[in-house]
Design a protein around this ligand. Structure first.
Ligand SMILES: Cc1cc2nc3c(=O)[nH]c(=O)nc-3n(C[C@H](O)[C@H](O)[C@H](O)COP(=O)(O)OP(=O)(O)OC[C@H]3O[C@@H](n4cnc5c(N)ncnc54)[C@H](O)[C@@H]3O)c2cc1C
Length: 470
């Protein structure tokens, strides 16, 4: 008789361990992947079952979003289909709305519960992994809710790409100089990975696209990066952050440090230094906050709202609850500073997921748990085609070498051989044939053409106002 059967017989574990994974991002997908490998025997014998609940049937490899926006990688290849990868798990497309850990149940809504008009159904579990990640941290800036554009999902990345190209089309075809100026002004708020990489890649793409317009020169466009602190890319260290600013300014990008966006009402970006820019593009990437689902649980949270975790990735004082990634405050045992927690980034999320998967398997088998410890080896960021910054084991790189390291690193990290091959093929093709500069904005309204033909009313786009007054 094996160890598990003995533990079942002695009433130490249930006949079948029901593991519920909330989230299908870095932590959710990699934890489930690890679990289905580690618990192969248990899954086969029906002693364990893994259910993954996620709003989308795919995992988004977020570090590739800026390249997807710039057209170097097609959107399909930035995502990994969960059902294909997690073939021994149940994948449920839906959202956890709350968790009652005292009674080991989660309230889950799915597309079906919506269609059927009934409320969330209660899912019982024995072990829960909470990995809903984070959401954009917004501030009460006037006009932001109406005009701001986020940059966290593949839909937003492709929407932004279409939007930028559309602005160039508007600028190219108008005779109104105010409209042209507003269309060619792009404001990015937030100097972290998402903001700097998205701006770097899109400016590079637009500069290249300008060659195909008879009346737009790259210098006609205004690209502005607004950052409230005194530096950008805190992840790559101070010196490289400074070099990033120098590189962006050399490309004529207006980097404004210690500056905040005060308003973007009426499509005019008003900054705290008093400047005003009529613009149709305000991209908001000013940080993240823990997912609101965490507040709908009975689990302990830190002052910042992340789940309080142990270095073994269990939730503090809550047996059978586990967490990692952006949603979890995991002590950084390598820092040597009490109270320091791991930064919310992909490096930690991926590695924590592996330890988390192993620890659940250890717990089910009555084995001791592992401690999560990872010292960052460095950071990489892409700033456009052949441009980047990197800090690897204390060595600083910029330009082409940094860009190359960025690509090599992320290619090694993107899940599945299938995705690696597709991304590599696309990079090679874009090296030969240059970037795609077409906007497929109409994909966002696929029925509009038919509805017009059928005499119906096509869906309304948000009102556009050329001069900036909505
Ligand atoms: C544009 C961009 C670029 C980035 N670049 C880098 C980089 O270069 N390097 C780096 O280290 N980090 C980078 N990051 C940060 C990195 O992507 C995150 O730290 C990482 O994704 C965190 O993993 P996670 O699993 O905690 O959350 P996520 O990967 O965000 O996954 C959360 C999952 O939970 C799901 N979910 C949400 N709500 C619910 C719910 N109610 N019920 C069920 N599921 C739910 C979501 O749909 C998603 O599948 C970047 C982030 C962005 C946005």
């Amino acid at each position: 008789m094996d160890k598990h059967k003995r533990r079942v017989r002695h009433g130490m574990v249930k006949e079948r361990a029901r593991i519920l994974v909330v989230g299908g991002g870095y932590v959710g997908m990699y934890t489930a992947l690890r679990l289905q490998r580690k618990l192969k025997g248990e899954l086969r014998r029906g002693e364990a079952e893994i259910t993954v609940v996620a709003p989308d049937p795919y995992m988004t490899y977020q570090p590739f979003l800026p390249e997807a926006a710039a057209g170097s990688i097609s959107p399909r290849h930035v995502v990994v289909p969960l059902r294909r990868v997690l073939d021994r798990c149940r994948v449920l497309v839906g959202e956890a709305e709350s968790v009652d850990h005292a009674h080991r149940t989660a309230a889950v809504t799915t597309l079906a519960t919506e269609e059927e008009g009934r409320g969330a159904h209660r899912m019982p579990y024995d072990e829960i992994v909470l990995a809903p990640g984070s959401v954009s941290r917004t501030l009460p800036v006037p006009g932001l809710a109406d005009h701001g554009i986020g940059f966290r999902t593949v839909e937003e990345a492709i929407g932004l790409r279409n939007h930028v190209i559309e602005q160039m089309d508007i600028a190219s075809s108008t005779r109104d100089p105010a409209l042209r100026d507003a269309a060619l002004t792009f404001v990015f708020v937030g100097g972290g990975y998402a903001g700097v990489e998205a701006l770097g890649e899109l400016e590079d793409m637009a500069r290249y696209a300008a060659r195909s317009y008879h009346n737009i020169e790259p210098d006609d466009m205004k690209w502005i990066l607004v950052e409230a602190s005194g530096r950008v890319l805190p992840e790559v260290g101070e010196e490289l952050g400074r070099r990033t600013v120098t590189e962006l300014r050399r490309r004529n990008i207006d980097v404004r440090l210690r500056t905040r966006l005060e308003s973007c009402a009426d499509r005019v970006a008003v900054l705290s230094d008093g400047s005003r820019f009529p613009t149709r593009t305000v991209v908001w990437t000013a940080g993240v906050r823990p997912h609101p689902l965490l507040a709908a649980t009975d689990l302990p949270r830190t002052g910042q709202g992340r789940l309080e975790c142990t270095p073994q990735l269990t939730v503090e004082g809550a047996p059978h609850a586990w967490a990692a990634g952006d949603a979890a405050a995991v002590p950084d045992v390598t820092a040597g500073v009490p109270g320091r927690t791991c930064a919310p980034n992909a490096q930690h999320a991926l590695r924590q997921a592996r330890v988390l998967g192993d620890n659940i398997a250890h717990a089910l088998r009555g084995e001791p748990l592992e401690t999560y410890a990872h010292r960052s080896a460095g950071s990489v960021a892409s700033l456009g085609f052949h441009r980047g910054v990197a800090q690897i084991r204390g060595r600083r790189l910029t330009g082409y070498p940094a860009w190359f390291v960025h690509r090599a690193y992320h290619l090694s990290r993107v899940p599945t051989v299938n995705r690696k091959a597709r991304v590599l093929a696309e990079w090679m093709l874009s090296g030969l044939f240059q970037r795609e500069i077409v906007s497929l904005g109409s994909l966002e309204h696929p029925r509009a053409e038919f509805e017009r033909a059928a005499g119906g009313i096509p869906p309304q786009e948000p009102p556009r106002n050329p001069k900036g007054s909505s």
